[in-house]
Write a protein that binds this ligand. Sequence first.
Ligand SMILES: Cc1cc2nc3c(=O)[nH]c(=O)nc-3n(C[C@H](O)[C@H](O)[C@H](O)COP(=O)(O)O)c2cc1C
Length: 178
Amino acid sequence: MSLTIEPKYTYWSIKKTKVLKMNALIILVSYHHKNTEKVAQVITKILGAEIKTPEQTNSESISNHDLIGFGSGVYFGKLHKDLLEFADKIPQVANKKAFIFSTSGRTGNMPKFHKQLKEKLQTKGFEVVSEFNCGAFDTYGLLKIGGGINKGRPNEEDLKQAEEFAQNLKKNILDATK
Ligand SMILES: Cc1cc2nc3c(=O)[nH]c(=O)nc-3n(C[C@H](O)[C@H](O)[C@H](O)COP(=O)(O)O)c2cc1C
């Protein structure tokens, strides 16, 4: 004897998938050894951001993006002057998030390196949500005589940390928009 149990009701489960998009732009100045560009490439892969220089960016590009990354090497204790001057020209924004990243010969001083740009961005209305710095090859001035410092950096470990930084940033931004 076989017993067949017929279901009384059929349930259709509709799984709702919210499509979340990151609309990110990176504004980069990297010239000494293209160290910061290496970090920017890693971040870009995770965020799907496009990279532009300050000269290639206008207020329209700013208004078309929700998340803007500002990156450069550290020169004379601060971020590149082109980036600082660019920040001065940005019109007041609303509901935009920013992050700052840099490479430098000396490490452990990120708050000081980023201070000026961070304050300018906050004045313009950006919420600065995250910051990253790592050591990098530096042959400026007398350092050149001894072959420079941090040869080979950013190295694999630095770039892994940059990747983790971008993953966390992405997660936090997407979580906030859920
Ligand atoms: C003109 C100049 C000034 C620099 N000043 C500093 C400094 O004040 N502090 C520091 O830690 N590194 C300094 N550096 C080292 C750079 O921050 C480092 O090499 C950085 O990775 C350069 O980035 P880039 O290759 O993306 O241009 C300086 C380098 C140059 C060329």
